[in-house]
Design a protein around this ligand. Structure first.
Ligand code: SF4
Length: 349
């Protein structure tokens, strides 16, 4: 196995140069090419001597992932299916916003959380991504946007997988994101979405990072949440919300509660009132998500008038709530869908 360059810290790259008998400043040159100039091959690192580029080629993997499939929506949303070294694949989505482009990044192949409305959960859990594989998605998107004269402004860890179930890699990734010698991006521009792993929310709170946390609530009570999200049986709402309050206290960041609206399941006015009672007095924002229908799933999207009515009930109770713009509906942008389609195609289904 070759060493993965994206997995190395600046100190480790410096150590690698020392082992290779190179002067110390070569490490800074490599870091600059990789993290700031967007090089995707050693051949592009033209201020390194040819002999070093050849040595690196033989011994080190630069860590970029090949794009296996691409879909582009009429609204500009782009979905990439990326090839991992072991033949697994992972999805990354580029979301164009007026305020700057966002990338939606995956943290696992499949997911073990089993949320009933989620396409990613369907094939079950396959494996964790490494920190380098998570970062490769970011660099891929950043370089792609740069070539179009656009800029990656925000990252959301909301693709396939539960980031806090892949704790070690997620934390190593967030450290690389903040490191000025590597991505050098403020965590204020990053949102981590979790299904509600309470002990990990508490551990993240202890870091005190200014990272935005989005918590998938999706139900106003344990009965409905148990049906939609099996994790609720382990960490019910009465444990989840105090952990979120502590996160706000330790980080100074407001929590976003995600609420996917499913027709006749969690979208009634009584549900909205219950939700308002739960969140009353908490420093938060509610993001109402119109459901993208997934073939083969029993759930249907709420009618638009019910989505608006739900928001209005929350607002009338003083809860800050917005409706997420539906993006990529024509390209199966719900996480996991492109991967499932490509897998079915290769199986001839
Ligand atoms: S919604 Fe998120 S946590 Fe739930 S199954 Fe899908 S990827 Fe996993």
């Amino acid at each position: 196995m070759k060493t993965n360059l994206l997995a190395l810290t600046p100190a480790e790259i410096a150590a690698l140069m020392e082992i290779m008998g190179e002067p110390a400043y070569r490490a800074a040159q490599i870091l600059d090419w990789l993290w700031h100039k967007g090089a995707e091959s050693f051949a592009q690192m033209t201020n390194l001597p040819l002999s070093l580029r050849q040595k690196l080629e033989q011994q080190v993997d630069i860590g970029f992932l090949e794009v296996l499939a691409k879909q582009k929506s009429a609204d500009g949303t782009e979905k990439l299916l990326l090839d991992l070294a072991d033949g697994q694949t992972v999805e990354t989505v580029i979301l164009p916003y007026d305020i700057g482009d966002s990338a939606c990044i995956s943290t696992q192949v499949g997911c073990r959380m089993g949320c009933a409305f989620c396409a990613s959960g369907q094939p079950g859990f396959i494996r964790n991504l490494t920190a380098a594989e998570i970062m490769a998605q970011v660099l891929q998107v950043r370089n792609l946007l740069q070539r179009k004269g656009r800029k990656l402004k925000n990252l959301v860890l909301m693709g396939t997988g539960e980031p806090l179930d892949n704790w070690t890699a997620t934390v190593a990734f967030l450290e690389a994101v903040q490191d000025p010698q590597r991505l050098g991006m403020s965590l204020r521009h990053i949102t981590l979405s979790t299904s509600g792993l309470v002990p990990k929310i508490l551990a993240l709170a202890e870091k005190g990072w200014p990272l935005n946390l989005a918590v998938s609530l999706h139900a106003p009570n344990n009965k409905i949440r148990n049906r939609l999200m099996p994790i609720n049986k382990k960490y019910p709402i009465e444990e989840l919300l105090p952990a979120c309050d502590l996160y706000v206290e330790k980080t100074g960041r407001r929590i976003t509660y995600e609420y996917i609206l499913l027709a006749e399941v969690n979208d009634g006015s009584q549900h909205a009132r219950e939700c308002a009672q739960l969140l009353s007095g908490r420093i938060c924002h509610v993001n109402l998500i119109p459901f993208n229908a997934v073939p083969g799933m029993q759930w249907q999207p709420s009618p638009p008038e019910k989505v608006i009515a739900f928001r209005n009930v929350l607002k009338s109770h003083g809860i800050n709530a917005t409706i997420r713009r539906k993006m990529g509906a024509d390209i199966a942008a719900a996480c996991g869908q492109l991967r499932n389609i490509c897998k079915n195609k290769t199986r001839g289904e």
